[in-house]
Every structure is written in C-alpha cells, then in structure tokens.
Design a protein around this ligand. Structure first.
Ligand SMILES: [Fe+2]
Length: 322
C-alpha cells in the first residue's frame, strides 16, 4: 500500500508545498519563477521559506541572469559580495568548482559582516553527472534541541567571524593555484565582525545559532575552550536530523533563509563541471537575546563594491527597502 504524499498547505490552487525532511526543506511545485511573479504567490513563497528554511523549485531553465535578479528583487534588495567580484557586473556570484572556492564547510553566507544576507537564491546551470549535492541545516531546530544549560550558555556568548579563516586547516591538501587565487580575492579586505551566538530572527522571532566556518573564536574565552565550545554547539547543527540534502538538476533553484540555516556543498564530483549562480538579499544587523547587536570590528566600514551596495553595508539595523 502506498500512502499519498503529504501536501502542506496548498497556498493557491496552482501550486503545492511538499516537505522533503521533517525539520527542514520543502519542494514548491507549480511556480514559474521570474520578475513577473504575482504578489499572492510571492507572499506564499516567502511564508514557505520562513517556515521550511530552504525551498526548492525544479525546472526553472527559463531563468537567466537578468530574470534571476528580477525575481530576487521581489524578496528584497540584492546585495553584492563584499570581496568577490560578480560574474555579470551586477549581483550574480559564480559558484563554480573550477575557481577553487568550493564551499565544503558548514557555513552561513557572509557572516563576517554584520548585516549578512537574509536570503540566498541559488540557480543551477550545469550539474555534474554525480555528486555535488548541497546540504542545509536548520539552526533554529539545532538551538531548540540544545539541553537547557547549553541554551543558557549560548544565549550569553558572542563570537568573532572573519573571512580570513584558516583555509589550510579546513582544506588539507588543497594547494592549487586556483585555490590560492580564490583566497587572495576572498580576503582582499579582511573583515571581523562580532555576532551574538544566538540571534532573534527578525521575522519569525525564533532563536537561531550564528556559527559556521567563518566563526573564529568566542569572545572572552581561551582558544582551546573556544574551540571546544564551538565544536559542541556546531555538532548540534550538523546532526543529520536537522539537515536536508538536495540532489541538483540543471534548472533547479534553491532559496534559503540565511538567518536560520547553514549549508555545505559536498565536494565529490571529481573534476566535472558544476556551475551555479547565487543572488543574495540584504539582511539586517542581528540582535542577541539580550538586545545587543552585532558589531563590525574591522575594517571601519564595508567598502563599496563595483556595482550596487555590498552585503552588510546596511548597518542601521533595518532591512533595506526593496
Ligand atoms: Fe554558501
């Protein structure tokens, strides 16, 4: 006997939202993404995104750089990466496995600036014949799962995030010229930002963990204690129950709430081409459980990118107007 698929709250007669995992991830079917998407559907997509943390769309091959960005504008203000130049002179970041910038560490995008992106919208152009999946984890669920004494500790701790992290330690054996070049570009400006380890999500009011690969140390702790504590907290984020794994097809789009997730690009497709395009939407400055906001420690201000505004530039504590 086969059971009918669980369809979660069909928001309009024309599309469905179906969970992929118990705690994170849903597939939205029946939506053609683009700058002309109607308001009712955009509202439904946004609600599903906040609820499921990452949503997936198949068969969006009609999208190109321009319509990808046009759709992104329906969710907020696109922002440029603070250091890595775009591939189109506008907002599209290339996630290509031949640049040496493989994202095979758990991270939240761009947490080395205060107002890191609220949403990331990733579109698959070329997908390898095997491997190259992406994993996401729900950092609100990870926080809720912590035993109470650990939650209390996490609520009161702050951590320093940087883009100038120890690449050699996280990529043992990786020393290609492409990787060295990527690192040089990625750290052209060295950022340091102090975030609360737990932020209150500005839209859902959930508490979420701000950890991941850009977290260098916990403020006020010795290095060894800091490493051990980060390891304990991060292990809850990486628990398989809190994650979903997506097997990409060309034309897929994934959108995640970058304030409530971490993700990991699995580097297991050998030398096959893997080309994706990412547009990020401006976020706001995180606020901790105690009301304290994140602080940019270095440089004095986020430098202006070649086009538009940089991610993290809106440090006034509000989400920029779309
Ligand atoms: Fe990422």
């Amino acid at each position: 006997m086969t059971s009918a698929p669980v369809v979660e709250t069909p928001e309009t007669p024309t599309h469905t939202v179906q969970k992929v995992g118990g705690r994170i991830g849903a597939v939205i079917a029946g939506v053609r993404l683009g700058g002309d998407l109607d308001e009712e559907t955009v509202t439904a997509v946004r609600a599903a995104l906040l609820k499921h943390k990452v949503v997936f769309f198949r068969d969006q091959q009609h999208l190109d750089g321009e319509s990808h960005e046009a759709f992104a504008r329906l969710l907020g203000t696109p922002v440029a990466h603070p250091t890595v130049p775009s591939v189109d002179g506008r907002y599209a970041l290339g996630i290509d496995n031949d640049h040496g910038g493989r994202a095979n560490q758990w991270h939240t995008d761009v947490t080395f600036v205060p107002a890191y992106p609220a949403f990331s919208i990733l579109r698959a152009e070329v997908i390898p014949p095997y491997g190259g999946n992406t994993l996401w984890s729900n950092t609100a669920a990870a926080y809720r799962d912590l035993p109470e004494p650990l939650r209390i500790l996490a609520d009161s701790v702050r951590g320093v995030h940087t883009n100038d992290y120890d690449y050699a330690a996280t990529r043992p054996g990786a020393s290609s010229a492409a990787l060295d070049q990527h690192r040089k570009v990625f750290t052209a400006v060295k950022f340091q930002t102090e975030h609360p380890v737990v932020r209150v999500h500005p839209e859902t009011r959930e508490r979420t963990l701000i950890l991941g690969n850009f977290l260098q140390k916990l403020s006020g702790f010795r290095a060894a204690d800091s490493r051990a504590l980060i390891g304990v907290l991060q292990s809850h984020v990486e628990r398989p129950e809190n994650t979903v794994r997506w097997q990409w097809r060309a034309g897929d789009v994934a959108i995640w709430d970058n304030r409530a997730t971490q993700h990991y690009g699995v580097d297991d497709s050998d030398d096959h081409e893997r080309t994706l395009r990412r547009v990020t939407i401006d976020g706001d400055v995180p606020v901790g459980v105690d009301g304290r906001r994140s602080v940019l420690l270095a440089p004095e201000a986020v430098p202006e990118p070649g086009h538009g505004i940089a991610s993290g530039a809106s440090t006034d504590g509000t989400v920029a107007e779309a």
